[in-house]
Design a protein around this ligand. Structure first.
Ligand SMILES: CC(C)(COP(=O)(O)OP(=O)(O)OC[C@H]1O[C@@H](n2cnc3c(N)ncnc32)[C@H](O)[C@@H]1OP(=O)(O)O)[C@@H](O)C(=O)NCCC(=O)NCCS
Length: 189
């Protein structure tokens, strides 16, 4: 008979209450990955947390990757049409009321197929009557090549033409701000 490892990671759907129980671990994952990656910006944890909690307030939910009762990965989804200004290329070409935005996705141990497994779970359990498209926004300048590869080559997302937005971030040491560009990607479900 096949043995199930006792502490194998498990992907669970999490509402706001469960998410908040693990929010310190969630912020740690984000902090560690930012520390060790080229996406050199200062993480303002209060804003970051508020950004995620806002998605729940607007009807969103999350999946957590749990190991030994600790979160070791997460994704948070919320409606795309949540009051954020959207590029015309998005509002004109998509039914924005029926688009679900993956607002954040971070995995502690990258490149082991976990992101793909979480995406499969999201799609499998998705309310397809309500949600017709998935959306993400990834950094293209400076580029987050890993994420672009993951979404386009593994998860079946497509670049939405003319849908790039600019914003300002602060450098890791807080010394200066810099401009970044993010590209919207979409996937029909
Ligand atoms: C992007 C992310 C969620 C993908 O999850 P994952 O579990 O690493 O992805 P998988 O193992 O299922 O798929 C592997 C693919 O992911 C991409 N990838 C992204 N970051 C990677 C990394 N650090 N190591 C290895 N592969 C990575 C590659 O395209 C890889 O495919 P390849 O082997 O053909 O090059 C995860 O790497 C992550 O959390 N990255 C840091 C945070 C981030 O950039 N989040 C997205 C913000 S929009």
């Amino acid at each position: 008979m096949e043995q199930v490892p006792i502490n194998s990671p498990e992907i669970i759907k999490a509402d706001l209450r469960l998410f908040q129980q693990h929010q310190q671990e969630i912020l740690e994952i984000e902090r560690d990955l930012i520390e060790n990656s080229s996406s050199a910006y200062l993480i303002d944890e209060e804003n970051e947390l508020d950004f995620m909690l806002d998605a729940f307030r607007k009807g969103g939910y999350s999946y957590l990757l749990m190991e030994d009762n600790r979160a070791v990965g997460f994704m948070v989804m919320g409606p795309l049409n949540d009051g954020t200004e959207l590029p015309q290329a998005v509002t004109e070409n998509y039914p924005v009321e029926n688009c679900l935005h993956i607002k954040v996705m971070y995995i502690k141990s990258t490149g082991e197929g976990i992101g793909s497994a979480m995406m499969d779970k999201l799609l499998e359990e998705l309310d397809k009557e309500k949600w017709k498209y998935l959306f993400v926004r990834t950094w293209v300048d400076p580029p987050n090549e890993g994420a672009i590869n993951f979404y386009t080559k593994h998860a079946g997302f497509e670049v939405v033409p003319d849908a790039i937005v600019e914003s300002t971030k602060t450098k890791k040491d807080g010394s200066e701000t810099f401009q970044i560009k993010r590209q919207y990607l979409s996937k029909k479900v």
